[in-house]
Design a protein around this ligand. Structure first.
Ligand SMILES: NC(=O)c1ccc[n+]([C@@H]2O[C@H](COP(=O)([O-])OP(=O)(O)OC[C@H]3O[C@@H](n4cnc5c(N)ncnc54)[C@H](O)[C@@H]3O)[C@@H](O)[C@H]2O)c1
Length: 417
């Protein structure tokens, strides 16, 4: 097998990909981050050269780049990498506007390079098991699904992970972090979203939670997204910073239902099969801890679902075959986040998710640069909260500023540790 030389852009979340590159079949050769102190620490730890300048980094001898830079800035860097002849794997959110979705799919097609969306949640052990059961016909046809990514974070950590009032975590709309809830459902059932309706818990309601008041956030607290899939199935997604941490997938089929457990250890799977109209060979209810389908021990040792990101990226490059989480799924999931927010601002009316494989459909969205980025706000662009140009609350901003001043980016920690 040819060695795949990879560079990682952004060393915070990017450190996770960097430290297990070797076991997944990739050879880490360079890192890039403008935060020099952290970059040096990670470079010393992993014994690779570091760059603070992206263009210099891109000149390094490497086959592929993993993008783990700021949430809303993936597409321009992905396009630069593809044009430089590199394969790309990118963290969420792959595209921040509908126009970026079009530009990215066109560029991947033109470059003929591998593009993978690094959406790790489908590769949780129970989601991979649900895919196996679904494909084996154990729960019949897909009728209804739910995905949840509910991730409240203590205010000190939140502020330190979001250094600066304009850091993306302080303003991204509540529908934009939805790929963790949606990707498992698309992976298990291989269906595609076609229509979307979005709903949010507004910022002012979120302020009733003291943990939110202690941050510099000016976005809405959480969102619910309703999708119609291409097979007619209905899907509900719930995400963001509500209280009650939970990562959850639920699939209702025409012959059974399955979900990871909500009580106690959440890596367990519960499969429910009503006994009528079948030969009663299977238990009515089966709760168990599924293994990963391949490399079980290695995966548990190396960040669980994250292991499969490097593994499938390396496999796609070796086989020269686009991965399951290809650019079309990346664009579709990005479009759900964007169009759901459009729906929220239009009193939750229905929006389309275009078919990005079709060039005549793509043309309609190529110049759609609708973006809630407050740094690029114009009278034609939306604010990131349904309540408009929200200011961070005084108590939270003062607390965040004290922390940023005391610790700066010194305490910036790697997520997932
Ligand atoms: N899948 C997961 O479980 C998971 C977990 C955490 C974060 N993420 C994703 O990872 C990405 C990164 O998030 P994060 O938590 O690391 O925080 P972050 O976005 O604050 O970190 C990004 C890093 O990239 C660097 N950077 C950005 N632009 C740069 C530039 N032009 N030149 C040089 N360096 C630059 C920054 O200095 C910073 O260290 C985001 O897209 C986030 O959504 C995913």
């Amino acid at each position: 097998m040819k060695e795949i030389k990879v560079g990682v852009f952004g060393v915070n979340r990017g450190y996770v990909f960097s430290r297990h590159a070797q076991v997944t079949g990739l050879k880490l050769v360079a890192l890039c981050d403008s935060y020099e102190k952290k970059l040096n620490e990670v470079c010393n730890d992993l014994k690779v050269p570091g760059y603070t300048d992206f263009d210099k980094f891109l000149e390094h001898d490497m086959d592929a780049v993993i993008l783990s830079n700021y949430f809303h800035q993936k597409t321009p860097y992905a396009i630069k990498c593809l044009r430089a002849g590199k394969h790309v794997m990118a963290e969420t959110i792959p595209c921040f506007t509908m126009g970026e979705c079009v530009a990215l799919v066109r560029e991947v097609e033109k470059s003929k390079k591998i593009y993978m969306f690094a959406e790790n949640y489908p590769y949780l052990n129970y989601n991979q098991e649900m895919r196996r059961l679904f494909k084996a016909g154990k729960v019949g046809k897909f009728i209804y699904g739910e995905g949840e990514y509910v991730h409240p974070i203590a205010p000190t950590s939140y502020n330190l992970m979001s250094p600066g009032e304009n850091h993306w975590r302080n303003w991204i709309p509540a529908t934009y972090y939805s790929s963790h809830s949606l990707a498992p459902i698309m992976y298990i059932t291989e269906t595609w979203p076609k229509k979307v309706n979005g709903f949010v818990s507004p910022h002012s309601v979120g302020l009733s939670d003291r943990a939110v008041r202690m941050t510099a956030r000016r976005n809405d607290l959480g969102s619910m997204i309703v999708l119609r899939m291409d097979n007619g199935a209905l899907v509900k997604l719930l995400q963001f910073s509500l209280r009650g941490h939970g990562i959850w997938t639920r699939i209702h089929g025409s012959a059974g239902q399955m979900e990871n457990t909500r009580i106690g250890e959440w890596h367990y799977l519960r499969v429910r099969k009503e006994q009528y109209l079948q030969d009663k060979k299977e238990p009515k209810e089966h709760i168990y801890m599924p293994d990963f389908p391949v490399h079980n021990d290695l995966a548990w040792k190396h960040d669980g679902c994250d292991f499969f990101m490097g593994y499938h990226f390396a496999e796609a490059i070796q086989k020269n075959k686009q991965p399951f989480l290809n650019v079309y799924r990346a664009a579709a999931m990005s479009a759900v986040a964007i169009q759901a927010y459009r729906s929220v601002l239009a009193d939750s009316s229905t929006m389309e998710i275009p078919d990005f494989t079709n060039e005549s459909v793509r043309r309609e969205y190529a110049n759609d640069h609708w973006s809630p980025d407050p740094e690029k706000h114009t009278s034609k662009q939306p604010w990131p909260s349904i309540e408009g140009n929200v200011k961070p609350n005084k108590e939270g901003l003062a607390f965040a500023r004290r922390l940023w001043k005391q610790k700066g980016r010194e305490s910036y920690r790697v997520l997932g540790e």
